[in-house]
Design a protein around this ligand. Structure first.
Ligand SMILES: [Zn+2]
Length: 207
């Protein structure tokens, strides 16, 4: 899958979900009752898992940071990954995502070869190698917004937070799909408007 296909498919699925994220007690699109937070959360979680996997061939790497484990000599924040890559806990060869969600689960901490799986605190993170040919920054940022939307879809949370992050992801996707980027397009429109005050600006880049 190319980055463009990634953006097009994810955009389509996010648009379907965002129309269903309406405030509790109100009526959604097509006059149907609002969908519960738990249903939206499940849909977003499935979407996130699917697109994290689809982002892997594009250069996104999933890593796990281990906060603690049962080993007395545990190395704090040591990083593991499932690709067999040698990645340090502070590794400047990679760009690291800003988003970190603390989890607790059964897994093997890499602080010792003798470790067995234990229930301990971890942070799941997304990173990419700085030498990647594909620009992974926007992909990472979009996935982080989807992840924030998942977190905001917990039962006691307002749905406006879910919408906000889905819409941020959609704006970012739109910017990636726009030839030259949205800012360049706006600049182009401003130039045309200034040069021809009476004629509406027409953008013909894809004609
Ligand atoms: Zn450990």
């Amino acid at each position: 899958m190319s980055p463009i296909e990634f953006y097009l498919n994810l955009r389509e699925e996010l648009l379907l979900i965002v129309t269903d994220v309406v405030n509790s007690g109100s009526w959604g699109t097509y006059y149907k009752p609002s969908i519960s937070n738990s249903i939206n959360k499940n849909r977003l979680e499935r979407l996130l898992i699917k697109y994290k996997d689809l982002a892997e061939p594009l250069g996104i790497i999933k890593v796990t940071r281990h906060i603690s484990c049962s080993n007395d000599n545990h190395v704090e924040y040591i990083v593991s990954n499932e690709y067999g890559l040698d990645i340090e806990s502070v590794d400047n060869r990679f760009e690291w995502g800003f988003f970190q969600e603390m989890n607790k689960r059964m897994c093997k901490c890499p602080c010792s070869d003798k470790n067995i799986s234990t229930h301990h605190e971890v942070l799941d993170e997304l990173i990419y190698h700085k030498d990647q040919n594909i620009p992974c920054g926007p992909i990472l940022s979009i996935l982080e917004d989807v992840e924030r939307a998942v977190l905001n879809s917990k039962n006691n949370k307002a749905r406006s937070g879910v919408r906000e992050h889905i819409l941020m992801a959609l704006i970012n996707i739109n910017n990636q799909l726009m030839p030259g980027g949205m800012e360049a397009y706006v600049k182009h429109l401003k130039t045309i408007s200034q040069n021809s005050a009476s004629t509406p600006p027409v953008f013909t880049a894809w004609n």
